[in-house]
Design a protein. Structure first.
Lengths: 304, 304, 304
C-alpha cells in the first residue's frame, strides 16, 4: 500500500473551507435540523481521539456520528504518550487508515497537532480543538446561529468579549466573521486582547460599555485559566469592566443577541440576568452544534 | 429556549414511582425477558454519566440501552471536576438537554447529586447509585426477582443482612419492600444496623440464627469498606455472627431463597456453600437486571 | 442457574484451534475482505475488557464487532483492582455471563489471566494479549498475511528478528508457524533470543546478515522496553547488528516480504528504507487484522 496523493478534505481551521462551501455546510445543517437524515455515513468508520477532557464537544460529535449511522470508536488516551509506545503519530494514523478508518476527530492540547496528523492520514481530519489555536466546528456553529438570526452578516457587528488571546474558539470565529464580511470588535484588557489583533474588519476596544450600543451580537468568552500561570489583572477589575449584567444588557439594541461557546462561568463573564435575557442564544448554539457537525462530516466524506 | 415546566419523569428513588407503576414496570420487564422488544428508544439519546467505577451496573445499563435501540454516549469522568471547567452541573445538564439528550443515567459518590441534576434537566434522570443514599434500579430488580419467586410479597418476610447503614441498595430496597407490604427484618451489629431503622413493617435484629427459620428471602450485603474509616467490629466477630454458611442455610425454610446485589466477597458475608445452594438467586438477579432497566427506561420515556 | 459444562470455544492461544480450523477462519476472513458480511453477531453481546492501553488492537476489535452487528460494551479499567471491589474475577465473569454477555475480549498485563477467566466464563474468551505470553489474533493475521503472499508456508522460511523473549506476538506466531509447517529462524542476541527456543522446525541465529539471503518472510519486533529493567546490550550494538536497513534489504530474495506487528520504532529495529520497500506489508497486516478478527469472532460464536 503506497502513500497516495491526498485528495481527502479535512477541516483544521476556517481556511480549509471556501465561502460558498460554508453556505453549503449551513444548508445541510438546516436540512438535518428539520428531519433526521438517512444514514449518510453508513459503513464509514470514525475515530474520536480526545487527548483533553470534553463533555459538550465529545457528546456533540458522538451524537452527530451516531445519527449519520457511522461506525464509531472513541479513544480517550489517559496521557499524551499513551497511544504509541515509541511510535510516531504519523505511523499511528497510517495504521488507523489501514483499518479502514475514514474520519479522525481530534482534540489535543498542542497547537498544530491535528494539522500534522492530517498531513499523514489518508482520510478526513476534523479539528475538535488544538490548544489555543483553533476550534472550527464551534466557530461554524456560532456563525450558523448568527445567520439563523440575521439573514446575512454583512453590515452586522459582532463583539467578542474577554480572553481572546487564549481562546481557540475566538481565533476561528474571527476568521469566519471576516469570511462572511461581518464587522468584528474584540473587547477586553490588553493582556487578553493585544492591540495586534486589529486588522481588516477587526477593531480592538477596551471599553465594553462604549461598544454595546452598536453591536448585533455579543459573544462572551470564558477566561481560560488553565492556559496561563497568573491572572493578568485582578478578578474584581475584570468583572467590573467586562462582566455582562442587567445594566449592560440594557445598552444593547433591541434585536441584539448574546452567545457563549460554553462552558460559561456564572459570576465571572456573565451574571444570572444574562441567562434570563430574551436574546440569550446559548441553548440554540448547542442545538445547532449537532446538526452543524453532522453537516461538516457529511460534507467532508460525501462531498458536494 | 426558556426553562420549561418539568413534566418528564425521573427515577431517583423508590418514592418516584407509585405502586401500580411498579407493577407496570415489572410487567414490561417480563415481556422483555420473553422476547427482544422492537427498538422502543430508537432516536432517543441516552448519556451514561458514571463518576464512580462500575462494571455490572454500567454494563447492564449499556446493554439495556443498546437493546432498546437508543443513541448511546458514555461519559466516565476521570475526576469529579472533570466535566465542567468552572461550569455548574446545572448548566452542564442544560447543555446536554439542548443537544437532544433525553436520558441521563448518573452514578455519583455524593448523596443527592442525581436529584439536584433532575431539578435542572429537561429530560429523564435515572439514579444509578448516589453515595450511600439510593440505587433504585437495583432495588427494583431485587423486588422483581422476589416476585418471580413468590407471586406476592404480602405476608412474606425478607431479611437484609449486614452493612445496611452504608448500603444505597438496602435503603432503596427497604422502601420498596414497604411499598409491597413485605415484612422486613434488618440483621447486623449496631454499627451497621442502627436501632433507628426500626419502623412500620421493619424490625431490627442482632441475631441471624434466630431470624433465619422464619424468613422467605435473605438479602446479603457486602461490607462497604470504602465508605467508612475503620471496621467497627473485628472481622472474625462479624464473620462468626453474620456470615451465611452451610449450618445457617440449614435453618432456612425449604422454599427460601438467598440474594445478593453483588459484588459479593467470598469468605466474608458468605462462604462457598451459599454459591452452591439451590436457592441462591444471584445470577437470576443479574439476568433480570437488564430487563428491569429496559423496562424502567421504556416506562420513563414512553410512559404508560 | 447451575454451572454448566463448558462447550463454548475460546481463543487463548494457537493451541486452541486445530489446523483445519485455522484454514476455515482464514477462508472466512477472505470472504469478509471481499464484501461486508450480514450482521452475523446481531444480538450477541461482546465486552472488550482492556487492562492495558491499546490503540490498534482495541480499534481493530471494535470495528470487527461493529461490522458484525454485535452489541458492544467497552470496559477500560483505570487500574487493575478497578472492576471488582473485593470480588474474584471468576465471580465478575459469572455476572457478565448472566447479563447475556457471550464474548469477552481481554487484554491484561498478567500471563495466564485470560485462560483463568475462560475457565469460569460461560461464553467465548478471546485473548487480546496477556503479558509476554500470547496474542493469538495478531499471530493469525500475520499467518494470514503470509498465506495471501505464498499459497502455503510449507518449505518457506520465516525469520523473526529482535526481542522474541518479551514478545507475546512472537510466542503465538512461532506456534502458528509450526502448525503450518513453516521453517522458523529466530534472530537476535542471547538476551532476546535464548538458545532454548530452538526446537522442532525452529532455529536460533545471532547473525541477521547470514540469515536474510534464504528467508521468504522477515518479521521485525519492537524492543519491549516496558517489560524489562535495563537494556541488556548497548542500543548502538543492537542497531548495528539487527536493524533492518537498505543494505540488509538488498540481501533478501526478490519475492521476500517484511512484516511487523506494530507499533514499530523508526531508527531502532528498522529505518526509513524499510517503510519504502516494495515488500513492506505492514499496512496490509492491519487491513487483514479487522477481517481476521471478524472471522475469529464469527467462528467462535457461530461455529462451522
Amino acid at each position: 500500500m503506497k502513500s497516495v496523493l491526498r485528495t481527502r478534505r479535512s477541516l483544521i481551521d476556517l481556511d480549509d473551507i471556501a465561502e460558498d462551501e460554508l453556505h453549503e455546510v449551513f444548508a445541510r445543517a438546516t436540512a438535518f435540523d428539520r428531519s433526521r437524515p438517512e444514514k449518510r455515513l453508513s459503513g464509514v468508520a470514525c475515530v474520536n481521539l480526545f487527548f483533553e477532557p470534553s463533555t459538550r464537544t465529545f457528546t456533540s460529535f458522538n451524537l452527530a456520528e451516531i445519527r449519520l449511522g457511522a461506525e464509531l470508536v472513541n479513544l480517550t488516551p489517559k496521557d499524551l504518550s499513551y497511544i504509541n509506545k515509541g511510535e510516531t503519530i504519523e505511523d499511528t494514523v497510517v495504521t488507523l487508515a489501514a483499518m479502514g478508518v475514514s474520519v479522525l476527530v481530534i482534540r489535543h492540547p498542542e497547537e498544530g497537532f491535528p494539522r500534522s496528523v492530517a498531513a499523514h492520514f489518508d482520510g478526513h481530519v476534523v479539528n475538535a480543538g488544538d490548544g489555543t489555536n483553533a476550534h472550527p466546528t464551534q466557530a461554524l456553529l456560532d456563525l450558523y446561529t448568527m445567520l439563523r438570526e440575521f439573514e446575512t452578516l454583512q453590515g452586522r457587528t459582532v463583539a467578542i468579549v474577554g480572553d481572546v488571546l487564549h481562546s481557540r474558539v475566538a481565533h476561528s470565529l474571527i476568521a469566519g466573521l471576516q469570511r462572511l464580511s461581518a464587522g468584528t470588535v474584540l473587547v477586553g484588557p490588553p493582556a487578553f486582547v493585544p492591540e495586534e489583533y486589529a486588522t481588516e474588519g477587526v477593531r480592538v476596544s477596551r471599553d465594553l460599555d462604549a461598544v454595546l450600543p452598536s453591536v448585533d451580537v455579543v459573544v462572551l468568552l470564558r477566561i481560560q485559566r488553565e492556559r496561563f500561570a497568573a491572572m493578568p489583572l485582578a478578578d474584581e477589575e475584570y468583572v467590573a469592566r467586562y462582566r455582562l449584567n442587567a445594566e449592560r444588557l440594557a445598552l444593547l439594541p433591541s434585536q441584539a443577541v448574546v452567545m457563549h461557546p460554553g462552558p460559561y462561568n456564572r459570576g465571572v463573564e456573565l451574571d444570572e440576568s444574562v441567562l434570563r435575557f430574551a436574546g440569550w442564544r446559548y441553548a440554540q448554539q448547542v442545538v445547532y452544534g449537532v446538526s452543524v457537525r453532522m453537516a461538516v462530516l457529511d460534507f467532508l466524506v460525501n462531498g458536494t
